[in-house]
Design a binder for this molecule. Structure first.
Ligand SMILES: C[S@@+](CC[C@H](N)C(=O)[O-])C[C@H]1O[C@@H](n2cnc3c(N)ncnc32)[C@H](O)[C@@H]1O
Length: 206
């Protein structure tokens, strides 16, 4: 996998850009290895977002004490990127092996990002609309990761997710019911780009 053109370089200090470049290079290598070792043998819901696009989407929201959460943080690249950018960064991932990888990557890159093994769906979460289009899709279920983090969803300022096609309504539903009205949700799109919404702007038909 190749890294897309570097459109964010002028906005970042050279030393930080170098750390991010090293992180993204290692991140793409981990993704390639995951593809060979896991995805070519059986289906797995981990597919990486476009890291440069996510980086660009995060930049306007940098600030002291801004709390970031990645839903489905996989090998940790995006959560660690958020930490290096100065966010207080957390990731929740259902696959325990990926959480181990993420913690090891955080250690190698000198990041303080924290990861919980569990689900980003709060305990007791149920889709309350019913019907085929409301299926959870590749979003798995398990013990809530917020308990391990000790931080509920409405204590995060910025939340990122990369839903598979058809799963965006679940993430919107989640944010509108459990997120803070003034928190922001960033969703990477399978068609490219990152959608940015304030919690209070999210209206889900029920
Ligand atoms: C499409 S991948 C996105 C990975 C990463 N966020 C990125 O953008 O590169 C979705 C990830 O969510 C994880 N996942 C699926 N359901 C989950 C759940 N309920 N809670 C936590 N993680 C989940 C999958 O194991 C997978 O790693």
């Amino acid at each position: 996998m190749s890294t897309p053109p570097d459109s964010t370089a002028p906005l970042l200090e050279p030393a930080l850009r170098a750390r991010l470049d090293a992180l993204l290079d290692e991140g793409w290598e981990l993704c390639d290895r995951f593809d060979t070792d896991v995805r070519q043998k059986e289906f797995h819901p981990f597919l990486p977002a476009d890291y440069e696009e996510v980086l660009e989407a995060l930049l306007p929201f940098r600030g002291p004490g801004v709390r970031f959460l990645e839903w489905g943080s996989a090998n940790g690249v995006i959560t660690i990127m958020a930490d290096l950018l100065g966010f207080e960064a957390y990731g929740i991932e259902l696959d325990g092996d990926l959480v181990v990888q993420a913690r090891a990557l955080a250690q190698r890159t000198g990041s303080r990002a924290r990861f919980a093994a569990g689900s980003f769906l709060p305990s007791g979460y149920r889709l309350n609309r019913g019907g085929e289009k409301d299926r959870l899709g590749t979003i798995g279920t398990g013990p809530s990761g917020y308990v391990e983090l000790g931080i509920p969803l409405d204590d995060f300022d910025l939340v990122f997710g990369y839903p598979w096609s058809g799963e965006e309504p679940i993430m919107l539903d989640l944010m509108s019911r459990y997120g803070r009205a003034d928190a922001r949700l960033l969703l990477a799109k399978t068609s490219g780009g990152v959608k940015s919404m304030l919690g209070r702007e999210i209206v889900v038909a029920r």
